[in-house]
Design a protein around this ligand. Sequence first.
Ligand code: NAP
Length: 312
Amino acid sequence: MKAIRFAQFGSPEVLKLEEAPTPVPGPREVLVAVQAASVTPGDTKLRAGQLQKLFPVSFPCVPGRDGAGRIVAVGAQADYADVGDPVCFVADRTKQGSYATHIARDAESVVPLPPGLSFAEGAALMHAATCAWIALLDTARVQAGERVLVLGGSGAIGGMAVQIARHLGARVVTTCAARNIEYVRGLGAEEAFAYDQGAMPSASQPFDVVLDLVGGEAHERSYPLLRKGGKLVWLISRPFTDRSAQYGVQTLQARIVDSPRVNAIVVELAAEGAIKPQVSRVMPLAEAAQAHRMVEAGQASRGRIVLDIQAS
Ligand SMILES: NC(=O)c1ccc[n+]([C@@H]2O[C@H](COP(=O)([O-])OP(=O)(O)OC[C@H]3O[C@@H](n4cnc5c(N)ncnc54)[C@H](OP(=O)(O)O)[C@@H]3O)[C@@H](O)[C@H]2O)c1
């Protein structure tokens, strides 16, 4: 098979398009011919060696958190899918990522591609939507009618969070770059504030939940925006000064774990049209390094950059 691999940590130049052994599915696994793989900020951190304590990889390493494709072989005991089925999947970065023409996955990691979605949309769906669901539901337990502020609503996870919170009946406010205000409104945000113009919501209408996908100053400025007992949920904010006692709020980390339960939920939401995966751009697999540069430069706005695996 063809795969993007790196044999040392470093800048995007370490990513090479190479021939690699095609994986052989185990008895309970399926082999997926990958059509599309999303490019996440986590992929760039993995490549740079920043995640080695959390996700230790060995070289050569194929990056890629999720993708979509078609099943081309099934193991003898894999009764959950058939050859030809279109699927989405999550990859295990410590084994093999999704930047490859083939990947072997198990029942825990494979779900049907929702009808009506392209492979690119299927790839953009999985990691972004599962992170948003875990943050909003499993961590913050958002209820209908609550006021939710999403810091970074124009990103891949933020865009999913805006859609999911809106679908749950929450009233959603978000922050994003000025050029993305109309975009996030289209996703369901009632109000949007341009962080690059210094705008933030006022404290006069406090929030029940803040989902912090940005960190830094945005994290600092969100404490006074919460009601007493409100929840500040974060994915990436560390290091930060925990001011929850000072403001009488809860500061909660969204712990992102692969979950077949959550995978099934987001696929169902996409199938019923409650959420729409956002694809910012499609690039050939061979341009993975350029895709990483764009993510690192903050140019991957409005959803995921998706690699077209078969175009290479
Ligand atoms: N710890 C974990 O388990 C975990 C899991 C998943 C993701 N993460 C992290 O969560 C973050 C978001 O992930 P993602 O995939 O959604 O990234 P993404 O698609 O690259 O989105 C990032 C968004 O952040 C927005 N942004 C940047 N500075 C901002 C600011 N000061 N205020 C408001 N918005 C700002 C940008 O908005 P504009 O485009 O409008 O400028 C951009 O669209 C990443 O850092 C990722 O590494 C952590």
